[in-house]
Design a protein around this ligand. Structure first.
Ligand code: ADP
Ligand code: MG
Length: 326
């Protein structure tokens, strides 16, 4: 197992109380696998990814659990070790490319900087000039690989001269520059047009295949996850509420929340008569119902749902947190 996250807890201590943004999340990721992490906005997807990199913003903090990467617990690493691992072992792509790109530096130079930080061409027998040449060649190669046209010219352009889709390609090139074992992609296509979205997802899929790099794709769109991921974990109010192989989740969603998400996607179930959004809204994490957090929105709620629900293991990697399944 490449990555095994056990009972991860990331809380925010605020003046109004403790917010359990990530509340006991457990996920596994195999070498080269694509896992989708799906859920409505505010359910803790980004904080889960940031926790994996130990980059949770203040006043948030990881308060429990373990993050086993190739067997070693990332939560026990020194901050120096973590810095070395970021980018090289786990790289992240953010929703907004300008989170990563610096507007005042040339795009090619920014990709090259990433190679340099991680000492990709640190052969001391090479002169600085030789090293620079190697780095530049690699940048051009990365730009070609991520589908940036005329990379020789584009190398010298600034981020604002790139379209949104091209900026995201540059960010992917940066993420790929160190050939990480895991790519964490946080809504990488949400800011883009539908056609560009598909191009970027195809690009990531191609890279996943050619490099055997594992991907965790975070998206609020179950449709996107269904097309792209082998397995899906559905998150609600800080917890995973269902997990399984994509085909099984789509054909036979078990949790009422997953069923609701599926009903609200137009293109997956074309034969269904009409779209039905999930009623109600995402709960306030400061004010969660004591039992099943989905209870206020659930059509199947019964008395027992007023108690907290454990994750049930149905075998074959299928997990669900709902009282309807014994
Ligand atoms: N800076 C912050 N201060 C307090 N709470 C926060 C902060 N950032 C995030 N949270 C809490 O963490 C929850 C999960 O956030 P996030 O992981 O960004 O959700 P998602 O990515 O699924 O939309 C939010 O609903 C919010 O309650
Ligand atoms: Mg988010």
């Amino acid at each position: 197992m490449l990555l095994e996250v056990n009972n991860l807890q990331t809380y925010f201590q605020t003046s109004r109380g403790s917010i359990k943004a990530v509340d006991g999340v457990s996920i596994k990721l195999e070498q080269g696998e694509i896992l989708g992490l799906v859920g409505e906005s505010g359910c803790g997807k980004s904080m889960t990814l940031l926790s994996l990199l130990r980059l949770v913003p203040h006043p948030g903090a990881i308060v429990g659990g373990e993050i086993l990467f190739q067997g070693g617990d990332l939560l026990k690493k020194s901050s120096r070790e973590m810095t070395r691992m970021r980018g090289r072992d786990l790289a992240m792509i953010f929703q907004d490319p300008m989170t990563t790109l610096n507007p005042v530096f040339k795009v090619g130079e920014q990709i090259r900087e990433s190679l340099r930080i991680h000492n990709i061409f640190n052969q001391s027998r090479f002169s600085e000039r030789k090293r620079l040449k190697q780095e530049k060649e690699r940048v051009i190669q990365l730009m070609e690989e991520t589908g940036i046209p005329s990379p020789m010219d584009r190398y010298y352009e600034y981020p604002h001269q790139f379209s949104g889709g091209m900026q995201q390609r540059a960010v992917i090139a940066i993420a790929l520059s160190c050939e990480p074992k895991i790519l964490l992609a946080d809504e990488p296509t949400t800011a883009l047009d539908v056609t560009i979205q598909a191009q970027i997802l195809n690009l990531m899929e191609r890279i996943n295949r050619s490099h055997g790099m594992a991907v965790i794709l975070v998206t609020h769109d179950l449709g996107v996850a269904a097309e792209f991921c082998r397995r899906i974990a559905v998150m609600y109010a800080g917890k995973i509420i269902e997990q399984g192989l994509t085909d099984e989740i789509i054909e036979n969603p078990l949790h009422p929340y997953t069923q609701g998400l599926l009903r609200s996607i137009p293109h997956i179930v074309p034969d269904k008569p009409r779209l039905r959004p999930i009623r109600g809204t995402v709960p306030d994490l400061l004010n969660l119902p004591p039992g099943c957090t989905f209870l206020p929105r659930c059509d199947y709620a019964v008395e027992v749902c007023k108690e907290p629900q454990e994750m049930r293991d149905l075998g074959n990697g299928r997990l669900v947190r709902c009282a309807r399944y014994k």
